[in-house]
Design a protein around this ligand. Sequence first.
Ligand SMILES: [Zn+2]
Length: 112
Amino acid sequence: MEKRIERDERIVKLMIQKYCVNFHNSDILCSECDDLLNYSVKHLLECPFEENKPVCSQCTIYCYSKSYRNKIKQVMRFAGPKMIYEHPKDTILYFFDKLRYRFRSVKINKPN
Ligand SMILES: [Zn+2]
């Protein structure tokens, strides 16, 4: 089975591509979006929660810097709703992760 971080990496890539095609008219990622993707993947790989990772919008760490957080928010807002039609399985898994995190009683604290 696909690892949690691998799936998130694949999804964030899809979403940034969608955003870039639409707003920057670029078939391959423009330098700004490429930078955002690298930044996102780097943070995913460093995410201390690994398989128990909450979806990023619910995370308590906020590992993104402010400017990157604003950029990725725009990407999610645009590409998120489109994912339901084009990648329904991933979207269902995403909501499952979201619920699983919400109903878990364990509090996630920032690891040392
Ligand atoms: Zn772009």
